[in-house]
Write a protein that binds this ligand. Structure first.
Ligand SMILES: Nc1ncnc2c1ncn2[C@@H]1O[C@H](COP(=O)(O)OP(=O)(O)O)[C@@H](O)[C@H]1O
Ligand SMILES: [Mg+2]
Length: 288
C-alpha cells in the first residue's frame, strides 16, 4: 500500500510546491512509482511539470465533487514512474460545494482509496491555508512534511499548523504523523538562516531533515521552463539538495534506492519540449 504524504504549511511561498515537484521527481528517478496530487487552485505544481490546467475535465475538481473516479484523473508526466492529478482554478469554489457533503473532511481520503495500491508514494500539494481542502489533504495522509522557510517569522505560523494537526489526530485521523520539517531557502552566509535552523532543532530535534534546501536561483528559474530543477539543471545546488532529500526520505521510510542516480549523467532525461519562456525577474542571490 502506498504512503500518502501531504506537504503543508499555511504560509505561502515557503517552498511547498517546489518541494513536491523536486522530491517526487527524485523519488520517481530513484525507482519509486509516485503520484502527485495538486489541490492548490493556483495549480503551480501542475504548471511546474509543464502541464496545463485549463479546460481539462479530469482534474482534482471533478475528483472531489465525485464526477470522475480517481483512476480517470491520473495522468502521466514526462518523467518515468511519475504521475499526477492536476489542479485547476475551478477549485477556488470547491469549499462551498463540499461543505454540505456527508463526512466532508474525508472526501479526498475516500476518493483516493481505489488507487492507493497502485503507487509507492502519493504526495499532496496543499494550498496556503488551513481550509477544508487542506483538512481533506491531511486526513487523507499518513504523514505531513512541513517546509519551513529560513526567514523572519519562520516559526510564527507553525503553532497554528501544529494545533490543527493535533486536532486532526485527536478527532479525525489518529495515525497522522509528522514526516519531518524541511528547512528551505537556506543561506549559510546569513545569521538568520542559521538561527532558524538552530531554533528548529531545539524544538523539533531529529524530526528536522538533515538535508537543507539552499536558496538557489536554478530552483526559481525551473518552473518557467515547466521542469523540475533536478532535470532543468542537474548540476545545480538545488538539484543536489532535492536528490539528497529523496535519499533521506527513503532511508527514514526504510526503503532502498532502487535506481541510484547520484551521478546524474547516468540518468536518461525525458524528452522535454523546449519552451523559451522568459525567466522571471528575481532578486535571489545565487549560491554557487
Ligand atoms: N530553495 C529555493 N531557492 C530559490 N527560490 C526558491 C527556493 N524554493 C522556492 N523558491 C521560489 O520561491 C517561490 C515560492 O516557492 P513555492 O514552492 O511556490 O512555495 P509555496 O508552494 O509554499 O507557496 C517560488 O517562486 C519558487 O520558485
Ligand atoms: Mg504552492
Amino acid at each position: 500500500m502506498s504512503k500518502i504524504i501531504s506537504v503543508a504549511n499555511q504560509k505561502g511561498g515557503v517552498g511547498k510546491t517546489t518541494t513536491i515537484i523536486n522530491l517526487t521527481t527524485a523519488l520517481a528517478m530513484s525507482g519509486y512509482k509516485t503520484l502527485v496530487v495538486d489541490i492548490d487552485p493556483q495549480s503551480n505544481t501542475t504548471s511546474g511539470f509543464g502541464m496545463k490546467s485549463e479546460s481539462m475535465s479530469n482534474t482534482i475538481y471533478e475528483l472531489l465533487i465525485g464526477k470522475k473516479p480517481a483512476r480517470d484523473c491520473i495522468e502521466k508526466t514526462d518523467i518515468e514512474k511519475l504521475f499526477m492529478i492536476r489542479s485547476t482554478i475551478n477549485l477556488v469554489g470547491i469549499e462551498i460545494e463540499i461543505v454540505g457533503m456527508n463526512k466532508r473532511e474525508f472526501i479526498l481520503m475516500q476518493r483516493l482509496e481505489e488507487i492507493r495500491n497502485d503507487f509507492d508514494f502519493i504526495f499532496i500539494d496543499c494550498p496556503p491555508s488551513l481550509s477544508l481542502i487542506t483538512l481533506n489533504a491531511l486526513v487523507a495522509s499518513d504523514s505531513v512534511l512541513i517546509p519551513v522557510q529560513c526567514e523572519y517569522y519562520a516559526l510564527e505560523g507553525l503553532t497554528l499548523l501544529l494545533n490543527t494537526i493535533k486536532m486532526i489526530k485527536n478527532k479525525l485521523k489518529p495515525s497522522l504523523e509528522i514526516e519531518g520539517y524541511l528547512l528551505t531557502m537556506f543561506d549559510s552566509r546569513l545569521r538568520l538562516s542559521n538561527q532558524v535552523a538552530a531554533e528548529m532543532s531545539r524544538f523539533f530535534h531529529d524530526k528536522v531533515f538533515n538535508t537543507r534546501i539552499m536558496r538557489n536561483v536554478k530552483i526559481s528559474e525551473s518552473p518557467s521552463f515547466g521542469k523540475p530543477v533536478v532535470i532543468y539543471d542537474p548540476f545545480s545546488v538545488g538539484a543536489k539538495n532535492y536528490t539528497e532529500l529523496a535519499h533521506e526520505f527513503l532511508k527514514n521510510n526504510g526503503k532502498e534506492i532502487i535506481h541510484k542516480f547520484d551521478n546524474i549523467l547516468t540518468y536518461e532525461p525525458p524528452n522535454f519540449e523546449i519552451v523559451n519562456k522568459p525567466v522571471p525577474e528575481n532578486n535571489i542571490n545565487e549560491i554557487k
